[in-house]
Design a protein around this ligand. Structure first.
Ligand SMILES: Cc1ncc(COP(=O)(O)O)c(C=O)c1O
Length: 396
């Protein structure tokens, strides 16, 4: 392949006129008057603390939407991952397999519970756990696997579950990015022992900060209702109609419940989730139709059986030109970035002694750039994004 000629004067990076004067952001939450009204009503109710009536309603609606037995609203996905391991009391030093290409929170769940993370490689075309390599990481100390739905695309959960069953392993699926995505016709949240969603401001459904742990396991759900409320049995005190007048400290835990104000936002956001995800799909389809066939440009591979919620739109670009393309697109007024850096390249994980090579993970990272995608991205903004990518790639 020929290399990009970087000296073209028409490019904004070289002093030319940018495609877009005011930068187009890479992400933006969609907040409507209905959301604002719901939050305002929650405030007016004066029930502002955790686990209130709006939180319960959001949990009920979320469980019904996903088709799961229990959805527990929490203050983040990081918290959900912590609880997913806290609830199991695995012996200290037990091993948990975590994909190397993920956000730090996936690894923090086991780390915070004194477990050893074993980093696993991912596919170079979509950043998901490489199932061919998975069994090679399993030892007699392995207790769990944490697959991640990068960009909102679930990995090969049937194959991962088959390996987990064979070795008696617990599966925690980090579904932080995949609310509303489907795997083989079923929403994510249904394919693991426990799944953990994020409702951070960057996600397809937001409660500001927030997350949920979902499971079909009653025992796990019941203990987590206690653990998320500082190890107390306040949940049953509030719901079982017994007139005891107090609640007790029955387990370890932390303060992980979510405010009723955020619960109210969750209800209105969830009611619009399909509409918001459809808008993202429209944008992704437009990008794909306009940008396919450009030399040197490829896209995150969506595997068979996956219906994406298009949390991210990822381009795969020539690795030797990646940072130049990033700068050139930014100069054209298109915000574009790279997320994540593989765990083993980060100081904290280097200090944990993760010194293996991760060829799939590095190949993916070295080509990945993200374009703006969110429901309120206007038609003219989408056109500008496409125009800028075409302008920059015309230099190849
Ligand atoms: C894969 C993954 N896991 C966990 C998180 C953390 O989510 P939260 O901010 O809700 O804790 C993120 C956030 O982007 C993520 O991408």
């Amino acid at each position: 392949m020929s290399t990009i000629t970087t000296d073209r004067p028409n490019l904004a990076i070289n002093g030319g006129k940018p495609v877009q004067e005011e930068s187009i952001l890479i992400l933006k939450p969609m907040i409507t008057e209905e959301d604002i009204q719901a939050v305002s009503n929650a405030l007016r109710s004066t029930f502002v603390s955790g686990d209130g009536p709006a939180c319960r309603e959001f949990e009920k609606n979320l469980a019904a939407y996903l088709g799961v037995k229990h959805a527990l609203f929490l203050n983040s996905c990081t918290t959900a991952l912590d609880l997913a391991f806290m609830v199991k009391d695995f012996p200290h030093g037990s091993e948990v397999i975590v994909p190397n290409f993920t956000y730090t929170s996936t690894a923090l769940g086991p780390v915070l519970n004194n477990l050893k993370i074993v980093l696993a490689d991912v596919y170079p075309d979509n950043g998901n756990l490489d199932v061919q390599k998975l069994e090679s990481y399993i030892t007699e100390k392995t207790v769990a696997i944490c697959p991640v739905d990068y960009a909102g695309n679930p990995p090969e959960m049937d194959e991962i579950n088959a390996i987990a069953n064979k070795h008696g392993l617990y599966v925690v699926q980090d579904t932080a990015q995949s609310i509303g995505s489907k795997y083989k016709g079923q929403y994510t949240g249904n394919q693991a022992d426990v799944s953990t969603f994020s409702f951070h401001g960057t996600k397809n459904l937001t409660t500001g900060e927030g997350g949920a742990l979902v499971t079909n396991d009653d025992e796990i759900a019941n203990r987590i209702k206690i653990m998320r409320e500082k190890g107390t049995d306040k949940y049953s005190f509030l719901t079982d109609n017994q007139t005891r007048g107090y609640y007790e400290y029955v387990d370890k835990g932390n303060s992980f419940v979510q405010s009723n104000i955020n619960g109210a936002l969750g209800i209105t956001q969830l009611a619009r989730l399909d509409e918001m995800n459809n808008k993202r799909r429209e944008i992704a389809e437009y990008y794909l139709s306009e940008l396919s066939g450009i030399k040197g440009l490829d896209f995150i591979k969506i595997k068979e059986g996956v219906e994406s919620n298009w949390h991210l739109f990822g381009m795969l670009v020539p690795p030797d030109q990646k940072y130049w393309i990033l700068d050139a697109l930014r100069a054209e007024g298109i915000h574009c970035n790279v997320h994540y850096t593989p765990l083993h390249r980060n100081k904290y994980y280097q200090d944990l002694g993760t010194d293996k090579d991760f060829p799939g993970s590095m190949a993916f990272f070295n080509r990945l750039l993200r374009l703006p995608i969110y429901p309120t991205l206007t038609i003219s903004e989408r056109e500008k994004v496409v125009e800028a990518v075409q302008k920059v790639f015309a230099q190849i």
